[in-house]
Design a protein around this ligand. Structure first.
Ligand code: HEC
Length: 153
């Protein structure tokens, strides 16, 4: 091994370290900025923010959760995807709200299959903002999958 290859390995290791750090910072910054969108709708036990099972949601997000029942048949009971539709928890990390609204209203045909449009379905369209924020909070890990308790009864 030459004198230089040791340096090279170190440089590569440091670069990967920086890439990993940048990715972590990006993930944290993203969850932080989203939290301003759904934070008012989620209540977690003190010091437990993001710890999932310790959190409860309000009526607004509960309506989103109910609307999500229309999606489960394809996207999975917990939204983590199935053999014929992608994970919404993952997808929400990649698309913006405009794309979400467009896809949910009008559907599209992609490589995996057909995503139906819901613009004729009031159970979905009336609560599409709720549904978006519910899924966003899910994809950030701010609330757990499944039925979740309400705090504003
Ligand atoms: C009949 C099955 C089915 C149902 C029900 C369904 N989807 Fe989909 N959805 C799909 C498939 C299949 C795709 C992937 C299409 C592709 O890219 O090939 C998809 C893709 C998506 C995407 C990804 C868009 C993108 O740009 O990557 C979103 C978001 C989405 N669906 C949201 C929803 C929501 C919200 C509901 C419930 C209101 C829902 N889907 C109900 C089948 C379904």
């Amino acid at each position: 091994m030459s004198k230089h290859s040791g340096w090279k390995a170190t440089t590569v290791a440091v670069s990967w370290g920086l890439v990993a750090l940048a990715a972590l910072v990006a993930v944290l910054a993203r969850a932080e900025s989203h939290a301003t969108l759904y934070g008012d709708h989620v209540q977690c036990e003190q010091g437990q923010t993001g710890a999932g099972e310790k959190c409860r949601i309000d009526l607004f997000l509960t309506r989103g959760f109910r609307a999500f029942s229309q999606c489960q048949v394809c996207h999975g009971l917990d939204g983590n995807g199935s053999s014929f539709a992608p994970s919404l928890v993952e997808t929400l990390r990649e698309i913006d709200k405009d794309r979400f609204m467009e896809v949910v209203a009008n559907g599209y045909k992609g490589q995996i299959g057909v995503m139906p449009g819901w613009k004729q379905n009031p159970n979905v369209m009336k609560y599409v903002d709720n549904l978006y924020l519910y899924l966003l909070a899910r994809s950030d890990g701010a609330i757990p999958p499944g039925k979740i308790e309400r705090y504003d009864r």
